[in-house]
Design a protein around this ligand. Sequence first.
Ligand SMILES: NC(=O)c1ccc[n+]([C@@H]2O[C@H](COP(=O)([O-])OP(=O)(O)OC[C@H]3O[C@@H](n4cnc5c(N)ncnc54)[C@H](OP(=O)(O)O)[C@@H]3O)[C@@H](O)[C@H]2O)c1
Length: 300
Amino acid sequence: MKRIRYTEKGPDYSQIIAGTMRWGKWGQGFTISEYQEMIAHCLSQGITSFDHADIYGAYTTEAEFGEALDGMGVDRSSIQIISKCGIGYPSENRPAFTVKHYNVTSDYIRDAVTKSLQNLRSEYLDMLLIHRPSALMDYQAMARTFEQLVNEGTVKEIGVSNFTKDQFDALHRLFPLATNQLEISVLETAYLDSHFVGTAFSEGIRFQSWSPLGGTTLFNPELQNDIDRKNRLTKVAQRMDMSLSDLALRFVLSTPFEISPVIGTSKKHRITESINCLANPLTSQEWFDVWTEAKGHKVA
Ligand SMILES: NC(=O)c1ccc[n+]([C@@H]2O[C@H](COP(=O)([O-])OP(=O)(O)OC[C@H]3O[C@@H](n4cnc5c(N)ncnc54)[C@H](OP(=O)(O)O)[C@@H]3O)[C@@H](O)[C@H]2O)c1
């Protein structure tokens, strides 16, 4: 498994990252032993990096994962844990939140990190991401908070998620951000088309992609919107002799920009299949063939 280093000091992460959003109450409802089986399978395939957010499972998934990991005797330094904060999600676990909102103040971020570490039963996060940009961001205050967290050793490196180029550049000038986790997939190519990913790569920054398989949109038969696009992509996958999820993953993996897909599957076989995708990139022509079918028109 190819390893990716985001900042000089590291650590190194597996290029494919296991996303945990659908493992708990927001998806499969894994038992602790099912978490353990999934974690063990990821590790057996060389996937050592796991993506979380405090809100997953309405603030329950981190704790379930932490309990599972605790019972496995895994050497903490052999895995990398990414988590996110900044979204206030109303739920029974946060009765004070009456509306979904963003909060990236120093106190809020510090409190969120403390809670994530308790839930994950870990002394540090490898990477903290600010989940979404807030209209109320004080960039300088955020940069100061990031520095404190890194100096204290509770977080090794810090990045963002869903930030536009202007937002990313403004914060990166104040603090060396590790990454930007963006929706990048065959269904969402805007950050590739605008060269945001490519120009950041030229400056040494590697991005991560969420919903790299198209989330459930590509696979949920109840979502009948966009059916023509799904049919065209299904046909191109058949023509290229691969499954639709493999086609989607290879599309993300076949750029020169070392994008790390955060795959959200709950199935061990799809974890295994993802490794094969790494070894079999699309050619440029195949990539644009998929792009053309996804868009429904040729490039200019
Ligand atoms: N930063 C952010 O704002 C943000 C937002 C959303 C997500 N994320 C992160 O990204 C990760 C991945 O997101 P995601 O789960 O939306 O993305 P995904 O990996 O694109 O999609 C995973 C979903 O697609 C299904 N799927 C994949 N291939 C399939 C197939 N061949 N047939 C049927 N179903 C198939 C999976 O079902 P199975 O379980 O059956 O495989 C799962 O429900 C999350 O876990 C989270 O860590 C981050």
